[in-house]
Design a protein around this ligand. Structure first.
Ligand code: NAI
Ligand code: MG
Length: 358
């Protein structure tokens, strides 16, 4: 029987709460399916580790997870550790070293969830945002000189390479082709950013020629926020730069009801390295320890992981269980306006997975 080895990195805050729940659900799905096994190795990296060791993960951390089939990540971020230290020291260190260049963020209005948009159904709001995850505005290029002096200067340089843009466009067009509507919107800002974004547009047009069956259009990122809000049904697959997609996907998560249900996959599509699956949300220190973190984003991320393993039937079963749970208002935690706890939502998931009809 095939066994998949998963590196679990819960991280900080509610990361540990939702990853624990996610592992329970993954084990239940694997048990119900019977065709594959999952094993988990746990890594206590994060801000606590940083307080003890002065680094977010050990020096050989990447080597210790390189051989795993996937990474299940919670969140990092603590009030006493600067966010750029925790982010670059762990999450971005993994994404960049393992060349997880395609960040995939499905967004859908799940059954039972009332989003902020009036008259919008789950057929209307059913998107996948593809975020370029290796370069662009988060390439880490730049510096500061003359610190603290009046003439202090800082640069933050966005990097766009032909290789990097071409591969994310190919990935996005391919993903768009695999979905029923075969429609891709390329987000850009080529009116104001006239170098990198103009190349981005040119490469989009070149790659589009390889995918004649995909209908595509271009949107400036500012106008895109209005279109997502006012005409959600006109969108399907969306590709954008690291920064633009970061912002658009928080908007998308809010339009779909809550950050607490929004999943993401950081993929190395060539499978040279493990890919990483995580909820979009952060460590949510305001609710940590209260037992009310919504674990649905992590469950959905776990389904993306099973899909990545090629276990489509198990992934689909997990998503049917998610939909059954979200459809029941008594399973809504406070972020969805209810009173359910993480434990209650997880138990409802386990019951749905083990039930006869899912
Ligand atoms: P956040 O996502 O942690 O929280 C924003 C708001 O959404 C909070 O009110 C929180 O309670 C709520 N929320 C988030 N996830 C929830 C869930 N599963 N269930 C119920 N409510 C939920 O973002 P914030 O507050 O801006 O950042 C907190 C820390 O997390 C910071 O240190 C930040 O750098 C870090 N962060 C880490 C990320 C990661 O590891 N991927 C992503 C975003 C933020
Ligand atoms: Mg973000």
């Amino acid at each position: 029987m095939e066994e998949f080895r998963i590196a679990a990195i819960p991280g900080d805050g509610i990361g540990t709460e939702v990853v624990t729940a996610g592992i329970e659900v993954l084990e239940a799905v694997a048990g119900r399916d019977g065709g594959f096994r999952l094993s988990f190795d746990h890594f206590d990296w994060g801000s606590d580790y940083y307080r003890r060791h002065g680094e977010m993960m050990p020096k050989d951390g990447l080597d210790r997870i390189r051989g795993h089939d996937a990474i299940l990540f919670g969140a990092v971020g603590a009030p006493d550790v600067p966010d750029h230290v925790s982010l670059w020291g762990l999450r971005l260190a993994i994404c960049q070293s393992f060349d997880q260049y395609a960040n995939v963020r499905p967004v859908r209005l799940l059954p039972g969830i009332v989003g902020p948009l009036r008259g919008v159904s789950s057929d209307d709001l059913d998107w996948v945002i593809v975020r370029e995850n290796s370069e662009g505005e988060y390439a880490g290029q730049g510096g500061r000189s003359h610190r603290g002096l009046p003439e202090e200067v800082a640069t933050e340089v966005a990097i766009f390479t032909r290789a990097g843009v071409t591969r994310i466009m190919r990935f996005a067009f391919g993903l768009a082709r695999s979905r029923p509507r075969k429609r891709l919107t390329v987000v850009t800002k080529s009116n104001a950013q006239r170098h990198g974004m103009v190349m981005w547009d040119e490469i989009a047009a070149e790659v589009a020629a390889e995918f004649p069956d995909v209908a595509w259009d271009k949107m400036l990122v500012d106008a895109m926020t209005a279109r997502m809000t006012l005409h959600p049904a006109t969108l399907d697959t969306i590709v954008a730069t690291n920064l633009h997609a970061d912002i658009l996907s928080d908007l998308a998560a809010a339009l779909a009801g809550s950050l607490g249900i929004a999943p993401t996959a950081n993929l190395d599509p060539e499978r040279r390295f493990p890919s990483m699956f995580e909820p979009i949300h952060g460590s949510a220190m305001d609710i940590v320890g209260k037992g009310i973190a919504n674990p649905v984003a992590t469950f959905w991320s776990a389904a993306l992981m099973l899909d990545h393993f090629g276990e489509a039937a198990a992934a689909a079963r997990l998503m049917r269980a998610v939909e059954r749970v979200t459809a029941d208002p008594s399973c809504h935690p406070p972020d969805l306006g209810g009173t359910a706890t993480t434990r209650m939502v997880t138990d409802a998931m386990l019951a749905a997975i083990c039930g006869e009809n899912v």
